[in-house]
Design a protein around this ligand. Structure first.
Ligand code: ATP
Length: 377
């Protein structure tokens, strides 16, 4: 299939909100999407991702706000007039129709000429490599193949926007990876603007040009995978971005952007990501891969070490995922490149730029980390 020509310059969500009874499922979502972008809406269950997608799709009316394409309101249009394609978690195929008839269905509803339908269905089948399954019923296909049909069905409509709601979550781990690459490949070749809902940070980081992290209906941070990975704006985003060690410590001193923090058998230098003062209890976030296990006799390069006992060692292919406990009973997760013996004592060190200090409260999100990182607001 040729790259999409049915496109726009910008899609804008302005203060988009949706409540159910008195419950705010989505509050003030502001987002500008450029043509061809792949945006992931990311967050834990119940954070409002599907609500946002359903508002975009026209399946749910907005309680507040507007959705505009090139300055024109689309939230006032019925779903079928928005010219968007949707791919759902459960595929939503017609079980009694063959693969090719499922793909043709939307085209027939649009009363396209027969020859055009035949051409687009053939293109769609080729795109998702299902030519040989064209006559089969969905029930005769694997989950991955069914999801391919669903994607082809959306794409052949040449929509100006594709909305995907956790399309890979019913697939096993291997198929998920394969389909992830497939979706990326399709996006690269067709350039379709896509909004993709997932709770899987790895999926979001690998697919999206930009991510929107939501929590309890509110945007926590919008940024590129790199920005979110390196500069999470608060501990919740850090937690979501794989900073598995999130420990409450006390600030002993602050010098510029560095703070000494201690507690639970830990005393380290860390980077102030959100303003902190001496005596504050703060939440310090560190990725397992940034807690370095020192080899016996290895120098910690002037850094303090954390003494800990090895609890559990899991082999993970290239490295070992290890759970350790500090002398004060705090569990930490580290990556090691050689097998450690459970019960043995290890010394850990962390580069201060890799230990991020956040406020414990999420009520107020500030921009100090973005400013420190030179990221424009
Ligand atoms: P999941 O990953 O579990 O699908 P989500 O992030 O997509 O979660 P939503 O489905 O958007 O979350 O739900 C957001 C909030 O709105 C939740 O608290 C949910 O219970 C509530 N909610 C969603 N749909 C409805 C509805 N039709 N009626 C009442 N409450 C709803």
């Amino acid at each position: 299939m040729a790259p999409s020509t049915n496109t726009f310059e910008t899609l804008e969500l302005k203060n988009v909100g949706r409540s159910f009874g008195g419950h705010d499922a989505l509050v003030d979502l502001n987002l500008t999407v450029r043509a061809g972008e792949f945006i992931a809406l990311l967050g834990p269950s119940g954070c409002g991702k599907s609500t946002a997608l359903n508002c975009l799709a026209g399946l749910l009316p907005l309680t507040h706000g507007e959705i505009l394409i090139d300055g024109k309101r689309v939230d006032i249009l019925p779903s079928e007039k928005r010219d968007f394609g949707m791919v759902f978690q459960n595929y939503a195929l017609f079980p009694h129709l063959s693969v090719e008839k499922n793909i043709a269905f939307g085209l027939q509803m649009r009363n396209l000429p027969k020859a055009e339908i035949t051409r687009r269905v053939a293109d769609g089948l080729a795109l998702v490599k299902l030519q040989e399954q064209a006559k089969k019923l969905p029930g005769q296909l694997s989950g991955g193949q069914q999801q391919r049909v669903a994607i082809a069905r959306a794409v052949v409509l040449e929509p100006r926007l594709v909305l995907m709601d956790e399309p890979l979550s019913n697939l096993d781990a291997k198929l998920r990876l394969e389909m992830r690459t497939e979706i990326r490949r399709l996006h690269q070749s067709l350039g379709l603007t896509t909004i993709y809902v997932t709770h899987d940070q790895e999926e979001a980081l690998s697919l999206a040009d930009r991510l929107v992290v939501l929590r309890e209906g509110r945007v926590q941070q919008i940024g590129t995978p790199e920005e979110l990975h390196n500069n999470p704006t608060n501990w919740h985003v850090a937690d979501f971005m794989g900073y598995r060690n999130i420990v409450d410590l006390t600030v002993d001193s602050v010098t510029g952007s560095l703070a000494r923090v201690s507690g639970h058998g830990i005393s380290i230098m860390a980077t102030v990501a959100q303003t902190a003062a001496v005596g504050d209890t703060v939440r310090v976030a560190i990725r397992p891969s940034d807690l370095v296990v020192l080899a016996p006799g290895e120098s910690p390069q002037g850094r303090e070490t954390i003494e800990a006992t090895v609890n559990v060692v899991e082999y993970q292919g290239r490295e070992f995922a290890v759970e350790v406990t500090t002398t004060a009973g705090q569990n930490l997760f580290v990556h090691a490149y050689s097998a450690l013996l459970p019960g043995s004592t290890v010394q850990l060190s962390v580069d201060p730029s890799r230990a991020l200090v956040y406020r414990t409260s999420l009520d107020q999100v500030d921009d100090s980390r973005r400013q420190l990182a030179g990221v424009p607001a």
